[in-house]
Design a protein around this ligand. Structure first.
Ligand code: CP
Ligand code: NVA
Length: 305
């Protein structure tokens, strides 16, 4: 049966380490000039209903490096943008393509696409989840700390798609997770319900200082996500104080790794000084989208290769 990647809840701890092991291998081999052509002759369709730099370019390049190709499909140009049902789009695209990546608003649309497509569907970001980003984040943490199990991750900011997927992915992978999110901006109920089964490995507070204390990994994301542009001013007020800055970094472990999925708003969720001091890990994280997704694409589109 075909497999999809719709959210981090789809993955076990073993699934995550399997993807990261393959991603590490692919990164090493790319650097040493060894090509993997697991997806020769295969095509990935990439539907975008929101903007993207990293997701588009890393998927497109990843498919090319694996011997396949990717099609950029803007929702503005597809009939789906004019109301053709997702279930028809899924069935049509399945006749041409070997996999579908979709970035959209509602998680429901991705789930409907997966239900009606006969080829694997990958969530390239919804309002609820961003699993591909979180695989790259975990890969970066493992590279930098040497391990995932037992590390303390702190996330400061909006309980958004990144927060949901990071909470689920990090807990599954064996990290502890401490969130600092303002009241009214909590993560999605499904992420919280999952997290609460981890006992004292999970904490949700309203105090960034408390969340940061002793953290090995510090993560943040924009205060207003794509689609929330109208709320940006109100959110700037609600999130004042929920910033990764020198004061927060002084409370973390001295070796703390800073991650940001990008794009970043310097002076809002992170100061320019902290961003630049940790640019190496942040841009490794961006690079690792390529390697982690090549591992996911190989596993889903060419299982057993
Ligand atoms: N981090 C991320 O998904 O970036 P893009 O929006 O540029 O794809
Ligand atoms: N939370 C952000 C992530 C962007 C990669 C958004 O959804 O816009």
């Amino acid at each position: 049966m075909k497999k999809d990647l719709l959210c981090m809840l789809d993955l076990t701890k073993e699934d995550i380490s399997g993807i990261l092991d393959l991603a590490d291998q692919m990164k090493y081999d790319l650097r040493h000039g060894q090509a993997h052509r697991h997806l020769e002759g295969k095509t990935l369709g990439m539907i975008f209903e929101k903007a993207s730099t990293r997701t588009r370019v890393s998927f497109e390049t990843g498919m090319y490096q694996l011997g396949g190709q990717a099609l950029f499909l803007s929702a503005n140009d597809l009939q789906i943008g004019r109301g053709e049902p997702v279930e028809d789009t899924a069935r049509v695209l399945s006749r041409y393509l070997d996999g579908i990546m979709i970035r959209t608003f509602a998680q429901r649309e991705v789930e409907d696409m997966a239900r009606h497509a006969s080829v694997p569907v990958i969530n390239g970001l919804t309002d609820l989840a961003h699993p591909c980003q979180v695989l790259a984040d975990l890969m970066t943490v493992r590279e930098r700390l040497g391990t995932l199990a037992g590390a303390a991750l702190c996330y400061i900011g909006d309980g958004n798609n990144m927060c949901n997927s990071l909470t689920v992915g990090a807990l599954t992978a064996g990290l502890s997770v401490s969130l600092a999110v303002p009241a009214g901006y909590d993560p999605a109920p499904e992420a919280l319900t999952f997290a609460q089964t981890f006992g004292d490995r999970f904490r949700l507070s309203r105090d960034p200082r408390e969340a940061a204390r002793g953290a090995d990994v510090v993560v943040t994301d924009v205060w207003a996500s794509m689609g929330q542009e109208d709320e940006a001013a109100a959110r700037r007020q609600a999130f004042a104080g929920f910033q990764v800055n020198d004061e927060i970094m002084a409370l973390c472990a001295p070796h703390a790794v800073v991650l940001h999925c990008l794009p970043a708003h310097r002076g809002e969720e992170i100061t320019a000084a902290v961003f630049e001091a940790h640019a190496d890990s942040i841009f490794d994280e961006a690079e690792n989208r390529l390697h982690a997704q090549k591992a996911v694409l190989t596993q889903l589109l060419a299982p057993g290769s």
